[in-house]
Design a protein around this ligand. Sequence first.
Ligand SMILES: *[C@@H]1O[C@H](CO)[C@@H](O)[C@H](O)[C@H]1NC(C)=O
Ligand SMILES: *[C@@H]1O[C@H](CO)[C@@H](O)[C@H](O)[C@H]1NC(C)=O
Ligand SMILES: *[C@@H]1O[C@H](CO)[C@@H](O)[C@H](O)[C@H]1NC(C)=O
Ligand SMILES: *[C@@H]1O[C@H](CO)[C@@H](O)[C@H](O)[C@H]1NC(C)=O
Ligand SMILES: *[C@@H]1O[C@H](CO)[C@@H](O)[C@H](O)[C@H]1NC(C)=O
Ligand SMILES: *[C@@H]1O[C@H](CO)[C@@H](O)[C@H](O)[C@H]1NC(C)=O
Ligand SMILES: *[C@@H]1O[C@H](CO)[C@@H](O)[C@H](O)[C@H]1NC(C)=O
Ligand SMILES: *[C@@H]1O[C@H](CO)[C@@H](O)[C@H](O)[C@H]1NC(C)=O
Ligand SMILES: *[C@@H]1O[C@H](CO)[C@@H](O)[C@H](O)[C@H]1NC(C)=O
Ligand SMILES: *[C@@H]1O[C@H](CO)[C@@H](O)[C@H](O)[C@H]1NC(C)=O
Length: 370
Amino acid sequence: MVHLLHTFFRAFIILYYIIFVDCQKFLAGAYNVFYIENKLYYIAINVNKHFYIDLKNVSLENETIYSSQWLNIAKPPSYIKMSHPFIGGNSNKKLFFIDQSLDVLYVDTFNTKLNKWEANNSYNGLPNTKFLLFDSWVFNETTGISYSFQGLNIGVVMFDTINFAWINSISNPQNLFPRSSFLSKCIPVLLSNCQILYIGGEFSNIHKYQILMDRILTYDSIKDSWQFNNTTGKTPEWRKYHTVVLTSDGRIIVYGGQNNLSMPATPSLTVLDTSKIPFEWSTPTEENSIGRLIHHTSVMVKNYMITAFGTNVSEKGDDLDNYNIYKLDTSNLSNYKWSLLSNYTLQSISPFPNTTIKPNSEVNNASFNE
Ligand SMILES: *[C@@H]1O[C@H](CO)[C@@H](O)[C@H](O)[C@H]1NC(C)=O
Ligand SMILES: *[C@@H]1O[C@H](CO)[C@@H](O)[C@H](O)[C@H]1NC(C)=O
Ligand SMILES: *[C@@H]1O[C@H](CO)[C@@H](O)[C@H](O)[C@H]1NC(C)=O
Ligand SMILES: *[C@@H]1O[C@H](CO)[C@@H](O)[C@H](O)[C@H]1NC(C)=O
Ligand SMILES: *[C@@H]1O[C@H](CO)[C@@H](O)[C@H](O)[C@H]1NC(C)=O
Ligand SMILES: *[C@@H]1O[C@H](CO)[C@@H](O)[C@H](O)[C@H]1NC(C)=O
Ligand SMILES: *[C@@H]1O[C@H](CO)[C@@H](O)[C@H](O)[C@H]1NC(C)=O
Ligand SMILES: *[C@@H]1O[C@H](CO)[C@@H](O)[C@H](O)[C@H]1NC(C)=O
Ligand SMILES: *[C@@H]1O[C@H](CO)[C@@H](O)[C@H](O)[C@H]1NC(C)=O
Ligand SMILES: *[C@@H]1O[C@H](CO)[C@@H](O)[C@H](O)[C@H]1NC(C)=O
């Protein structure tokens, strides 16, 4: 019991650090990104600047810069916690926000189609952890189930976004590690064969474990089982605060992040080919490099990785916040090319429209960008 309290106490210190220190320091970095129906949604963790850009009429193939205004989404109710939302819903058009205190758990949603918040949705079951807020999710568009790895002794917590139900994995990877730990900063990616790979990152609570790059921790979401998979090719440096996206032909693109000495991890851009057995690392040429980012966001749109925000870290320590949105053409397997997508400024996004948002779906139809 004492050990448990101690554990929780330490967890809170770390949570406090994550929310109030870590993110404040990287204001431009505290964003989540989602691509839904031609729109890129940027959801900020701790600033009230949530917006979207519409790529409907934008050709990514040419070098045209998207200079239109970034548009507000409807103002979220103030009590909604913005960290690590995930996609879901019947036609994958909702963002889910979990708000969890020690004894109550709320599931709030933002309907991107209606530009509407729905707070305090009812649900079935419960997750078997009290620290849901802090880990990233991956989403199966076919089943509507989202997955989040919650700890070595806990395993994966799932939320069925169609039926609003919590599901807990039976298995956990505790047998693969010497001791227990939770609060992962592991970065998940869901392959088309239902395997979830954790690429880099670490467990930071109780015991510190880096998730190594040459031994990929893998969760099979069909069999509910865990394993390590060794890789071939030149292993890139271990990193955290990087991004991971998947191309349609099974390449995992890892970008940025910092190594265990808090320096930019090398190489900045590295690729794991998951169509090969064993998985194979390679380092393509990076044309027009945009620098070395940490705490940025990335998402795949067609053949492009769209990367935004974060901190541009230099060897000298004169780090700069990045407010631009870039695109990386990944279609040439040996030569990946960066270009600017948009440099409209966050500062010029208009303030939120002044709408009243009530819980339990009695939401006004807030209009865009008034
Ligand atoms: C896209 O182009 C169509 C036709 O020109 C126009 O009606 C529409 O408003 C444009 N949409 C956006 C988001 O720019
Ligand atoms: C780039 O794409 C835009 C939008 O589709 C189009 O208006 C423009 O003509 C294109 N420019 C070039 C050089 O192809
Ligand atoms: C999603 O789940 C379906 C049904 O289990 C499965 O066939 C499909 O491979 C999964 N998709 C991904 C991306 O894992
Ligand atoms: C993976 O690598 C580890 C450490 O190098 C080794 O002990 C293990 O046998 C390898 N596993 C497989 C399946 O090759
Ligand atoms: C950093 O990583 C390198 C290589 O993985 C390892 O040899 C070294 O001990 C690590 N250093 C720290 C401070 O963890
Ligand atoms: C991953 O490891 C499992 C279990 O050892 C093995 O069956 C599978 O073939 C491996 N996959 C790859 C891509 O190495
Ligand atoms: C990052 O810094 C480098 C060197 O100072 C610069 O060349 C690059 O344009 C910067 N990139 C971004 C995204 O700010
Ligand atoms: C890929 O890029 C390399 C290096 O720039 C170039 O030589 C090659 O022709 C490109 N391949 C294709 C298919 O465009
Ligand atoms: C955005 O980039 C374009 C092209 O580099 C430049 O002409 C423009 O001044 C930039 N806008 C801002 C706000 O920096
Ligand atoms: C959510 O619903 C519960 C139970 O109906 C209620 O006690 C609580 O006040 C509601 N919370 C919000 C933020 O509306």
